[in-house]
Design a protein around this ligand. Structure first.
Ligand code: NAD
Length: 487
């Protein structure tokens, strides 16, 4: 059976490359190639820049209200096509349909809708200075590059293009080479909604295409989602032309469960924050610190619910709530971390092996895995694993656990479970993380800014402030009286 070949999406349509080079994309749940994608060669890269320049000229000349109206049409189409798009995400990522059907498209559409609504309300300042005055304009940056990770491909494309386009920029987006189709679908939807050709372009490929984007002097900003190590390379390369950067990177986030917490609720949060999207979520609370008074109760309930309530299998089956990891290589990496946890003395409470469910025997599954008897200096407690692997640790003292939770170079997210309202805020204010939850975990509405402290990121996505990251301020001084010249 022949599989489709997708070309790059430039200037409003698919464009064939000149080298003929392609790469294959596999369904992680079946290990089968489902389609091929053409790599953006030099011809495509040049065309993308020309296209974005033209797109920018047309788009930035429109009023914010006009842009908003068009983007809201795209939002409506995204919602109408929810199921078709959710299926694309399931086949590309291996995540369960029951998640994609209600989260991936919806949270992407929400963010475009949010920024479409916000853009016309963005205003400059005006201030008198003596008899003269100045005013400011919020102008778009120009061409912005977006580089995406593979865990939420369509959502990431929406989260980057929403504020960028609302502010009047053109975008060249490079999805992860593991999951390239969602961004193509979004590009088609933008055109259908009336976004002018050239405003949103999709280039395909791996690191080399990303490197080209980060080095290209025509590009004013790079918004990157991916690993910390890649983020550093992106920022170093962007420095060559002093591009603005937004960095959404990895995490090793703590969840603190105090002895007055609702333990069942805390177990729910820990399971969502480790097993949702089979553990491939940047904000996951992979270090769970449980107060010694409720530790036994916590791990007993955690073990029972993990062993009884998780259903792995064909991700398109609506009953399945644990999908396949993104690739064979990633599955091996995650299993390698599990081995390391055992070698370093942690105890497996449950899980720990690859899985081969009857409905998806060739998929890259890993059992939901919980380690206990963990120590802060173990590899599994220090490094991001990005799979369904949770480490549980015990604590006794509030100040001590805060210090342990903060003892990392990462700072993406954190959570606290307690019924003591003062402790909840006191503790969360001391945790070094950009995205925090109290008696909750994982929700990330369009209205709420998200991003990392320390090496987990730079800048924010979502929320009002993000629009500022896609505009630059022009100050205009207006003289109202004659210039007193010393010359
Ligand atoms: P990755 O860093 O391997 O790749 C991310 C993207 O960068 C891909 O599109 C890749 O092709 C591209 N790339 C690779 N090398 C590049 C280079 N030298 N220059 C430019 N681009 C390059 O990350 P991944 O494996 O796709 O995603 C998983 C990681 O993403 C995890 O660390 C996770 O925590 C992080 N993540 C963070 C967030 C967030 O919002 N903070 C969200 C999702 C994922």
């Amino acid at each position: 059976m022949t599989t489709p070949v997708y070309e790059n999406f430039i200037n409003g349509h698919f464009l064939k490359n000149q080298t003929g080079d392609t790469f294959a994309v596999k369904n992680p749940a079946t290990d089968e190639v489902i389609y091929h994608v053409e790599i953006a060669d030099e011809f495509i890269q040049n065309a993308a820049i020309e296209s974005a320049k033209q797109g920018f000229a047309a788009w930035s000349a429109m009023t914010p209200i006009e842009r908003s109206r068009i983007l809201l049409k795209a939002v409506a189409i995204l919602r109408e096509r929810n199921d078709e798009l959710a299926k694309v995400e399931v086949l590309d990522t291996g995540k369960p349909w029951q998640e994609a059907e209600c989260v991936d498209v919806e949270t992407g559409a929400d963010v475009i809708e949010y920024f479409a609504g916000l853009a016309p309300a963005q205003v400059g300042q005006q201030q008198m200075v003596g008899n003269d005055f100045y005013y400011t304009r919020k102008e778009p940056l120009g061409i912005c590059a977006g580089i995406g990770a593979w865990n939420y491909p369509l959502q990431i494309a929406c989260w980057k293009s929403g504020p960028a386009l609302a502010a009047g920029n053109a975008v060249i987006f490079k999805p992860s080479e593991e999951t390239p189709l969602g961004a193509i679908k979004l590009a088609e939807i933008f055109i259908e909604a009336g976004v002018p050709a050239g405003v949103f372009n999709v280039v395909q490929g791996a690191a080399e295409v990303g490197q080209w984007l980060t080095a290209n002097p025509n590009i004013e900003k790079v918004s990157f989602t991916g690993e910390v190590g890649t983020g550093k390379k992106v920022m170093a390369s962007a420095a060559g032309s002093l591009k603005d950067v937004t960095m959404e990177l990895g995490g090793k986030s703590p969840l603190l469960v105090f002895d007055d917490a609702d333990v069942s609720q805390a177990v729910s949060a820990a399971m969502i924050g480790n097993f949702y999207t089979q553990g491939e979520i940047c904000t996951n609370c992979t270090r769970i610190y449980v107060h010694k008074n409720v530790y036994q109760q916590f791990i007993d309930e955690l073990k029972t619910r993990t062993e009884q309530n998780i259903i792995a299998g064909d991700p398109m089956d609506p009953e399945v709530n644990l999908g396949a990891l993104i690739s064979k290589k990633h599955q091996e990496l995650v299993l390698g971390y599990i081995d390391k946890g055992i070698q370093e003395g942690a105890t497996l409470l449950t899980g720990g092996k690859a899985l081969s469910p009857a409905s998806a025997p060739n998929g890259y599954f890993v059992e939901p895995t919980v380690f206990v008897d963990c120590k802060d200096d173990m590899t599994i407690v220090k490094e991001e694993i990005f799979g369904p692997v949770m480490s549980v640790l015990v604590f006794d003292d509030e100040d001590d656990v805060i210090q342990r939770a903060n003892d990392t170079h990462l700072g993406l997210a954190a959570g606290v479970f307690t019924k003591d309202i003062q402790r909840a805020h006191r503790v969360i204010h001391q945790l070094q993380a950009g995205i925090c939850w109290i008696n909750s975990y994982g929700n990330s509405p369009a209205e709420m800014p998200v991003g990392g402290y320390k090496q987990s990121g730079i800048g924010r996505e979502n929320g009002i402030e993000t629009l500022d990251h896609y505009t630059q301020t022009k100050s205009i001084y207006v003289g109202m009286s004659n210039i007193e010249s010393p010359f």
